[in-house]
Design a protein around this ligand. Structure first.
Ligand code: FES
Length: 711
């Protein structure tokens, strides 16, 4: 069987060989220790995890984040979300074919325990950038904190972010990779004994008595906090198009989980839908994992993500189709190709512009929406609550860290700690880090053709300035000192240390060196791919900022200084006439992005809106046209919103169909949200004892019965 594990990665260390034995449909397979069932199946080439009970449609991974239920399988006789449950030795995994049956229970062996209520000063839901940063501030202030996260490891999305962060070094560790920032925050947090951390634990609901239900290791607890901080992050938005529920169509976050967290290569040929930062970065991560990126389409006339991210992709050789939409993902059991088309000014596909690309995966990266149901319920029930990070407002992780820090201080003050006011500059920094990309200016290369100096291929106002902090000469400035501006350099001061080239998160700085006085100039280019792919004296294809080929030039030297943090600084010999325009080295050959000779169309109207209950856009449109305006009625009539994901995935898509049908928002009654927000075995509420009983530190928590500051 083909092994789909990543064996070499320019940034990530490759973990130990798989050695945990399990079976899939009776076939013996191996997993890495701690690996989820979903990742282990992908690593072994399995992408279809079962078939839907309603229409036998093939099911596979979609969110890989515990938010939907599309990846469900039967593990040792019980239905589980394969993206959340680790493989254990000897586990028997079967596909979910139709509805699962309830397991046989030996009533003589069933035991129950009392449900305990834990008092805490502050309960934090979510151990990502915002939750960790808030917990650090609360830890410093001596507040008794319980931090709950549903993953096995802390860090949230930081764990998946192998790229260097934007922002400033002082505010959010700019120039450092997201995964390393996550580790630093966790290390800092673990110093505070007043902060308890429960990983692999699910917050289930906020109840009207202001208690929060939490499931840990199968045991149910009620937590009664004085203050709740919701730092639950975001979930990915879905998109309605033909074939959108085929295995092989999934979210960019799911992809990054497979590739960057679990080092699984889930695809050979990838197409990305969505040109925001998430889609652009996911495509770059794919290239780093040795995956071909066939193309990326964006419905707007320009990508919404940072231009440096888009430019970086274009330079790698990835075709980017703006003003294009996806028409269909094509295939019977799995994705085999994708068809896109150009959009007119009314957002309608222009006939005759359709193109089909062969690919096995379509990533949907069309935006995020806050996981805010806990926040809404806490407000409704009068539980003092704060929100930070994406749960409050969708923005970059750097902004989430900063809002977490602010909320931490605010909560400490609310709880009576003498921590002073939140410094006003913190609020200003948080706002700057949340800024959308600003104006784009035309790239102007310096006039000079002597000496040595950096060239900035960075022509958009974004919150980023590590190059100004790192320059030992202090000679890189941003006009007016504003972090949002574009950097400039005083050429006379350069000592050719290349530190600005090494730190730039957008790989948008090169160094040109004319000091030899020859026709050929040395150009240093940052490169985040395996150094072995380049050879000194051998030619590489160099491109300008927009991805246009400038020519083939020989490599002069390769250097991987510690300051570049796994990136390689590649020096090339370049003719004078192109030296300052060189912005990158091509890593993907042009033929990868070529369209198929024939356009493939998917004929049946199978655009699935509610993927849990397989309710199609056609069914929903018919009811709207018949006068239906209440999402609760729609749910009763079709089951849309009633599925295993708890109605987290489809409501925004349904609202979009209402909009398309010309129904005003004021006419629509939204879905009533009810706890529970995560699936839970009913026995948990009765205190059903599972496994060996509570973990030792839970027992300790019961003994103290409260997490108060200073414990
Ligand atoms: S997609 Fe889960 S309920 Fe609709």
């Amino acid at each position: 069987m083909t092994d789909y594990r990543i064996k070499q990665h320019p940034i990530l260390a490759v973990p130990a060989e798989p050695e945990v034995g399990f079976t899939w449909q009776g076939r013996a397979l191996k997993a890495r220790a701690g690996e989820t069932i979903a990742s282990a199946l992908f690593a072994n080439g399995v992408r279809v995890f079962g078939h839907h009970f309603k229409d036998r449609a093939p099911q596979g991974i979609f969110c890989a984040n515990g938010q939907c239920a599309q990846c469900s399988v039967i593990a040792d006789g019980l239905p589980v979300k394969s993206c959340m449950v680790p493989v254990t030795e000897g586990m028997a995994v079967m596909p979910m074919e139709g509805k699962p049956v309830l397991p046989e229970v030996d009533e003589a062996e069933v035991q129950f325990r009392d449900i305990e209520t834990l008092q805490v000063e502050c309960l934090i839901l979510g151990g990502g950038p915002a939750g960790l940063s808030a917990a650090v501030e609360l830890g410093k202030a001596g507040v008794g904190v319980l931090l709950v996260d549903d993953k096995a490891a802390l860090g949230g999305k930081l764990v998946l972010q192998t790229h260097k962060f934007f922002g400033s070094i002082e505010a959010c560790h700019a120039g450092t990779r997201g995964m390393d920032i996550g580790r630093r925050l966790e290390q800092e947090l673990r110093h505070y004994e007043n902060v308890r951390i429960w990983t692999s634990s699910n917050a289930l609901a906020v109840f009207s008595d202001r208690k929060v239900g939490v499931l840990r290791d199968g045991h149910y607890f009620l937590v009664q906090p004085q203050v709740l901080l919701v730092a639950t992050g975001a979930r990915e938005k879905s998109l309605v198009f033909k074939g959108n529920s085929l295995p092989g169509v999934y979210g960019a976050g799911a992809f990054q989980t497979l590739v960057n967290r679990d080092l699984v290569r889930p695809t050979e040929r990838l197409f990305v839908v969505g040109g925001g930062n998430v889609g652009l970065i996911a495509a770059y991560h794919a290239l780093q994992a040795g995956i071909q990126v066939v193309g990326l389409c964006e419905a707007l006339p320009e990508c919404g993500g940072y231009k440096v991210h888009k430019d970086k992709l274009a330079r790698m050789g990835v075709p980017i189709y703006t003003s294009h939409t996806v028409l269909s993902a094509n295939g019977r059991e799995e994705v085999e190709s994708v068809t896109i088309a150009k959009l007119d000014h009314q957002w309608n596909p222009i006939p005759g512009t359709e193109r089909t690309f062969s690919c096995d995966t379509v990533l949907v990266a069309v935006g995020l929406e806050p996981v805010n149901e806990f926040l809404q319920k806490a407000r409704e029930f009068g539980l003092p609550v704060f929100a930070a990070g994406d749960a409050e407002e969708i923005a970059e992780a750097s902004a989430a860290m900063f809002t977490g820090k602010i909320r931490g201080l605010e909560i400490a003050r609310t709880l009576g700690r003498d921590v002073g006011e939140v410094p006003p500059e913190w609020h200003r920094t948080a706002e700057v880090l949340k800024s959308r990309p600003g104006a784009t200016i035309t790239e102007e290369n310096p006039e000079a053709e002597q000496g040595v100096f950096p060239v900035f291929h960075c022509s958009q106002e974004i919150p980023c300035n590590p190059c100004t902090s790192i320059c030992p000469q202090g000679s890189i400035q941003i006009e007016g000192g504003d972090i949002l501006g574009v950097p400039t350099f005083n050429e006379k001061d350069c000592i050719a240390c290349e530190q600005c080239v090494a730190i730039c998160p957008g790989l948008a700085v090169t160094l040109v060196d004319y000091r030899r006085g020859e026709d050929e100039v040395l150009v240093t280019i940052p490169y985040e791919f395996p150094a072995e792919t380049l050879v000194v004296d051998q030619p590489v294809t160099v491109l300008d900022t927009l991805g246009q080929v400038l020519g083939n030039v020989p490599v002069a030297k390769l250097r991987a200084p510690k300051s570049a943090d796994h990136a390689v600084l590649v020096k090339v010999h370049a003719p004078r006439n192109i030296a300052k325009q060189i912005a990158g080295i091509r890593v993907q050959q042009p033929w990868v992005g070529e369209a198929m000779p024939e356009v493939v169309r998917r004929l049946d109207d199978d655009e699935v809106v509610c993927r849990c209950e397989r309710v199609t856009a056609g069914e929903i449109r018919k009811l709207i046209r018949g006068g239906l305006r209440d999402l609760n009625e729609l749910k009763a009539a079709t089951r849309a919103g009633m599925g295993a994901c708890g109605g987290k995935t489809c409501p925004s898509l349904i609202l979009r169909i209402f909009r398309e049908e010309g129904v005003a928002p004021s006419e629509i009654t939204e879905l009533t949200r009810r706890p529970i927000f995560m699936e839970v075995p009913l026995g948990a509420f009765a205190g059903l004892v599972v496994g060996e009983g509570p973990a030792p530190d839970v027992a300790k928590a019961h003994a103290t019965h409260a997490f108060q500051g200073g414990l």
